[in-house]
Design a binder for this molecule. Structure first.
Ligand code: NI
Length: 159
């Protein structure tokens, strides 16, 4: 268990395509455990492997219902639309208004390599999309309609 350094926006690592995971071994489990520690230490809703410098298709989402580990994830269905604020641990204190599906179904492998499907709505759907984007070198700023102003950020913090 260890907290890893989070790669910040501007680093080329965040623009790269991640390779699929092929080995579901102890090294992967170690990485997942470390990513979980790193996510909770940073108080985030999700973290992708490239954000800790590993170019593999691995991410974790936790919107308050426990950690969901997604390995080699793929979005297989979407429904509806939502527009709302979105942030990223690689861009502390910057938020953007991003349009995402309201509901998303993901197919992924767990840490043992077993395939499963999971659906998420609202914040969970947003987090799935955001983290899976990271695995393809996409940061939310590319998809944001606009970035939030400092005043809007202040108002958000007070909530
Ligand atoms: Ni992010």
């Amino acid at each position: 268990m260890a907290i890893r350094n989070i790669v910040l926006f501007g680093d080329d690592i965040l623009k790269k395509e991640c390779r699929p995971v092929e080995k579901f071994d102890r090294k992967l489990h170690q990485l997942l455990d470390d990513m979980q520690d790193t996510l909770y230490d940073a108080n985030g809703a999700g973290l992708a492997a490239p954000q800790v410098g590993v170019l593999r298709q691995i991410c974790i989402v936790d919107v308050g219902e426990g950690p969901i580990e997604l390995i080699n994830p793929e979005i297989i269905a979407t429904e509806g639309n939502q527009i709302g604020p979105e942030g990223c641990l690689s861009l502390p204190n910057e938020w953007g208004e991003v349009s995402r599906p309201m509901k998303v179904t993901v197919r992924a492998q767990n840490r043992k390599g077993k395939w499963f499907e999971i659906s998420g709505e609202e914040l969970c759907a947003r987090a799935f999309c955001h983290e899976i984007d990271h695995l393809h070198g996409i940061v939310f700023t590319e998809k944001a309609n606009r970035m939030l102003t400092p005043e809007e950020l202040e108002a958000m913090k007070e909530k």
